[in-house]
Structure formats: C-alpha cells, structure tokens
Design a protein. Structure first.
Length: 188
C-alpha cells in the first residue's frame, strides 16, 4: 500500500510542539512540588512559633520582592534568626507571629510555614499539571486519529481486494471475460 507522503510530514511539527510542552509542564509542576515541600514542616523536625523581625529585599529592574526575617527560640532556649526562602511582593507584618519548623541539629535551616510558599507552589503545580495533561491528551488524540486512518486504509484495501476476487469465477476469469490476474481479454 502506498503511503500518502503528505501525512507523514505532519508528525514532526506536532511532536515538536507537544513533547516540549509536556516537558515544560512536568518541570513546572516539579518546581511547584519543590516549593510545596519547602512550605511543609520537617518530618523529623520541631514546629514552634516565631516572630517576624524584618524583611530582606530583592530587586530587579521591574519589581521588588520581600522575604521575612524570622526569630524564634529552639527547644533548648537558643535564639535563632533566619530569612524565609520565599520572596513575595507582600510583606508579612513586623511583629506578627508565624509557624516555624526546624531540625534540632540544624536550626538555621528553619522554614517559615506561613509565608506565600504554599500559594505559589499550588499555582506552579496547577499550571504545570494542566499543560502536561493537555499535551498528553493531544498526543493521545493524535495517535488515535493515526490509528483510525491506518485501520480505515487497511479496511479499504481489503474491500478492494475482496471486490476484485468476488468478480472472478473459479477459473480466474471475471464475468466480462477478462483475466483478473493478467488483464488478458478472452473476447466473450
């Protein structure tokens, strides 16, 4: 069966778009999951209350963001000050109490559980998941259409071969007197 050359060239551009989108969506969701883990308490840590004592500023040419500077005391009374890992355009109020999670062996690696990390993580996971799922659905639909075309082509080919065979009698000659194999006319 001869393949339509116009069909095969459509695969490349389609995959050139959907595979990078799938990868982008998965990476975007992965970043969201990493942000989510930073906004969760340590499984082997201690959760306590801290106080926002300042802000660390980060500026670029078009925006300024802030991370909260938090102070808390460890379970043995040691004061610790750390900068939250999430920068946001919104500042937490000075003097406000926040939940803090830390590992007893590494209190400087503490996490501010009340910053905007959870919201940002959910946004990243949501957008990344939608992009990845849309890419997978598009690839599935494309594959099903290609499969359907192949099945239709095979059915049509079988129908044509069955039609030719049904016009022939047992001697190999059809009712018009033409040999369906060689095309020779018997002149009936």
């Amino acid at each position: 069966m001869a393949r339509n050359p116009n069909r095969s060239h459509r695969i490349g551009p389609f995959l050139f778009v959907t595979i990078p989108l799938l990868i982008f969506g998965l990476v975007f969701a992965g970043v969201g999951l990493a942000l989510w883990s930073q906004a969760q308490p340590y499984s082997d840590g201690v959760t306590t209350t801290g106080t926002v004592v300042g802000h660390e500023r980060s500026s670029s040419s078009d925006s300024t963001t802030w991370a909260s500077v938090v102070e808390f005391e460890t379970s043995d009374g040691q004061p610790v000050t750390f900068v939250g890992s999430t920068f946001s355009s919104r500042q937490q109020a000075l003097g406000s109490e926040v939940r803090v999670s830390y590992r007893p062996g590494d209190p400087l690696g503490a996490r501010n559980l009340d910053d905007d990390g959870t919201i940002l993580a959910l946004i990243f996971v949501g957008i990344g998941s939608v992009i990845a799922m849309a890419s997978v659905i598009a690839m599935f639909v494309f594959a099903m259409k290609r499969l359907r075309r192949r099945i239709d082509d095979q059915v049509m080919q079988r129908a044509r071969s069955t039609q030719v065979g049904s016009d022939a009698d047992a001697t190999g000659w059809d009712s018009s007197g033409t040999d369906f194999i060689s095309g020779e006319d018997r002149g009936f």
